[in-house]
Design a protein around this ligand. Sequence first.
Ligand code: PAF
Length: 280
Amino acid sequence: MHVIKTIEEMRLFCGGCQKEGLSVGLVPTMGALHQGHISLVKKAVIENQVAVVSIFVNPIQFNNTTDLTHYPRTLDADLALLGKAGCKVVFAPSEEEMYADKPMLSIHFGLLEQVMEGAFRPGHFSGVGVVVAKLFAIIQPTNAYFGQKDLQQFLVIQQLVKDLSFPVTLHRCAIVREEDGLAMSSRNTRLTKKNRPLAAKIFESLQLAERLLPEKGIDFTKEEVRAFLAQQKELTLEYFEIADGNTLVSQIEYKVGKITALCIVVYLDGVRLIDNVLLE
Ligand code: PAF
């Protein structure tokens, strides 16, 4: 495993790949890897001549310092998982390396960032945009892989690539779930053993919405989802939105055949859990 810590070395390595005409697949991560990440890594390994995984807990995308402090940092375990998945190159810079000075740049994504995650986590997408743009500029990947769990993040990055003409093909990869349906996330390890089974209710509520929506419409479906989750006092719903799958504009009427996103955030044990289902 080749673990690269500096921007200069990473540039040299990727420049070498380009000279040799090798395709580079990038999987950007913040570490604390799980099988959701590994599914992206395996895809990158299969579809490219060189697969690079970046591991960097990006401080400028956290609007909550407790969340940043508690974010798990598990580099040795991550490297072991990546080795098994066939990844040979990891970019793991320090915070000083990535941001010798706090970046002055901020990026706005218009309507796309005014809803859901953007509304509840001010500044989050600017931080994501800056770090992803920086990774694309350093690594210049042919392909980049992101999970659908962070659907809004994917759409924001799609906009970034379009607006800045990055020559990279983006891949939105399916959500990987635990046996009971909970979307895999680095945050899941922070759930208590006692309450962990309740987390399955989140995906159950999305499945309920998927069933109700075509016949009962948006308002009724939203009410039922709220009522379903309210049965468990440990679960606190932050938002449940039924939105256009491309723009994330909240829908007032459901149209069969239109790409629709059912997006949810629930708190359990103080942990913020996000999930979605795309009706395509
Ligand atoms: O999804 C994540 O893990 C992060 O937001 C990303 C894309 C690696 C940027 O820090």
